[in-house]
Structure formats: C-alpha cells, structure tokens
Write a new protein. Structure first.
Length: 201
C-alpha cells in the first residue's frame, strides 16, 4: 500500500486541477466540490498514516543521487494531520469569507493544490523532495496572497515573491552543496542526521 503515500500528496493537486478543467464556476458547486474533496483528503491522509507508518516510496529517480521520495514517520504523521485539519477548518468556512472577493473557483483550485504541496513537505524523505515540494507550495500560495488583487494584496504578493526567490536560491545552493559533498554518505533524512549516521557517529 506504499502507493497511498504518493496518492496522499497527489490527490489534493488532482482535485484542485479538476476545478478549472471541468470549468466549474458556480459558487455552490465550487464549495461543495472543495468540502467533499477536503473530506476525502482527510480520510486518505488518516488511512495512509495508519497503513504506511514506517514505510516509504520512491516516485522518481534522477542522476546525481537525486530522487523524489516520500516516507511516513511520526513527524510526517503529525504535520500531515496538522495541515489537513487546518485546511479542512478553513475550507469549510471559506464560502462566507470569499463572498465579497469573487473568483471562488480560482481560490479553491490553488487552495487544494497547496495542501498537496504541504503534504509533500510533510512526507519528504530527502532534501531534494522537501525543496521541490516547498517551492511548489510557495508558488501556489503566491496565488492565494494575490487573490483579491487589491493594492495591498499586490504589494504583499510582490514582497512575498521577492523573499521566496531569495530563499529558493539560498536553498538551492544548500541542496547543491549537500548532494555534491563526499562527506555526506546518506542522502535522506534519518534520525540523528545524515552526516552523523552516514559517518558512523
């Protein structure tokens, strides 16, 4: 059942993309879809955490030791449950808050995708996967910051993306140093740290 780990990450993304792909525009339909989707995601997340605790899966293997890998441990359980709980609570009440904003379909599309990216962060088994999921979350949440398109939100979105680009470049340097180092033998997250465990510490 290891495929369920990646499915927990991919499901919110697919359900978010379903909104524009199906050309869903009616507010009631959009929010019904969002609530049903969040309920399904919550169920899948709980099942995944129960059935796959201590297990992992590799979705993609790339050169230079890079891989898109996910793993379920107690920390990922804690954060995935936290993310999903917050997203469900906000999502169920979002209809009222978005009443004066408009474009509910666009908001809920990125809102669901962002949850998938956050689950990717929670289940990441190595720095490359963590970095990829985190940057995907940054891009999708940028659309949420910009959503109302007021002067304030546009200014906040610009500041947000500037900080994000700086952080992304800094993180990329760290990722390159980590994977290019001969000192670090283990390229995944392990208790005690990759450097210590990899060198027999």
């Amino acid at each position: 059942m290891e495929f369920l780990i990646f499915f927990t990450v991919a499901l919110p993304v697919l359900l978010g993309l379903a909104i524009p792909l199906s050309k869903m525009r009616d507010r009631d339909c959009v929010h019904l879809h969002a609530r049903v989707s969040l309920s399904a995601i919550a169920i899948v997340t709980v099942l995944n955490n129960i059935m796959n605790l201590g297990k992992g899966c590799t979705v993609l293997t790339l050169p230079m030791g890079l891989s898109l890998s996910f793993y379920v441990d107690w920390f990922s359980v804690m954060f995935s449950v936290l993310f999903t709980t917050i997203w469900c609570l906000v999502g169920f009440y979002a209809k009222e808050y978005l009443k004066h904003e408009g474009l509910d379909n666009r908001f809920m599309c990125f809102y669901l995708i962002a949850l998938g990216c956050l689950n990717g962060v929670a289940y990441a088994h190595n720095p490359f996967t963590f970095y990829t999921a985190f940057e995907a979350m940054t891009l999708t949440s940028f659309a949420l910051v910009l959503h109302s398109q007021t002067k304030g939100s546009i200014a906040a979105a610009k500041q947000y993306i500037y900080y994000s680009i700086f952080g992304a470049l800094s993180g990329l340097i760290g990722i390159m140093a980590f994977y290019g180092s001969d000192i670090v033998k283990i390229k995944s997250f392990v208790p005690g740290g990759s450097l210590v465990v990899g060198n027999g510490g």
